[in-house]
Ligand binder design. Structure first.
Ligand code: HEC
Ligand code: HEC
Length: 222
């Protein structure tokens, strides 16, 4: 942790570290099965299995790549849609139809479809982007190369689609809207420090970082 972090970020990073310790102490109830997840993914491929597939809500952006994402984060995101902490209507509908076992199986399957391991180091960023990465302490939670989160329930963000990352960052700042927004104690505090232009610059850089996320087209499923 760098000594230059501002107090908000310092508190969030400290809280995240405690949270990670608490999570690791918790017994994992449900174990995912890759093969079972493969079958269940039939209902996901119409969006997540098509390269460049776009969603138009709340604005046009590519659907996130979930192949190669951490299993713990996939489960955590699905639970957040299910609970309503994440408001995206179509994903809420889908997550609402899944049992805990379905979520664990799907997460195991998608995590197993990782691209090659990401390089250890981040590519050079402009001075402006470096300052933003520093201000938000992104690597202290998402990992030195943004593909090695400090906890399995945190996402890999390297190489994700820029337009999606921008929509996701903005979503953490939306409050009191029934169909848009993500309520998350950690990323809310981080995202609220940035203007939309700054979020766009961060998203654009993150998308250029080589990562492990990918879209595995439908044909390669069978
Ligand atoms: C109708 C299209 C559609 C279908 C079908 C669909 N998704 Fe999604 N999914 C999306 C969109 C759009 C988002 C981004 C939502 C947001 O902005 O929060 C998303 C987000 C996600 C996320 C969060 C990704 C992240 O990086 O935070 C996960 C995990 C996910 N979907 C898993 C699934 C699984 C598993 C299935 C099948 C059971 C599925 N989705 C089916 C469109 C779809
Ligand atoms: C204190 C820990 C922490 C820090 C610092 C942090 N993040 Fe996050 N980030 C998280 C967690 C936890 C989540 C998952 C939140 C959720 O479940 O919706 C997340 C989610 C995200 C997402 C959504 C990813 C997706 O697939 O939907 C993006 C984008 C993101 N962070 C970018 C950043 C950027 C850029 C920075 C630095 C400016 C940053 N984060 C700093 C912990 C952190």
């Amino acid at each position: 942790m760098t000594p230059m972090l501002n107090p908000i970020v310092r508190t969030l990073v400290a809280a995240a570290t405690l949270f990670v310790a608490a999570m690791s102490a918790q017994a994992q109830g449900v174990t995912g099965d890759v093969e079972a997840g493969h079958k269940k993914a039939e209902m996901c491929i119409g969006c997540h299995g098509i390269k460049g597939y776009q969603n138009s809500f709340p604005e046009i952006h590519k659907v996130p790549m979930i192949s190669g994402q951490s299993a713990g984060y996939i489960v955590s995101a699905l639970k957040a849609y299910n609970k309503g902490d994440r408001k995206h209507p179509s994903m809420r509908g889908i997550a609402g139809s899944l049992s805990e076992q379905d979520m664990a199986d799907l997460a195991a399957f998608y995590a197993s479809q990782s691209g090659p391991a990401a390089p250890e180091a981040l590519p050079a960023a402009s001075a402006d982007v470096s300052a933003l990465l520093q201000k938000g302490a992104c690597v202290s939670c998402h990992g030195a190369n943004l593909s090695k989160p400090i906890d399995p329930s945190y996402p890999k963000v390297a190489g994700q689609h820029a337009d999606y990352l921008y929509v996701a960052l903005k979503a953490y700042t939306v409050e009191g809207n029934k169909v848009i927004g993500r309520s998350n104690g950690i990323m809310g505090g981080i995202a609220k420090q940035f203007s939309h232009d700054e979020m766009r610059a961060l998203a654009k850089y993150l998308a250029t970082v080589p990562g492990e996320l990918q879209t595995v087209p439908q044909s390669r499923f069978r």
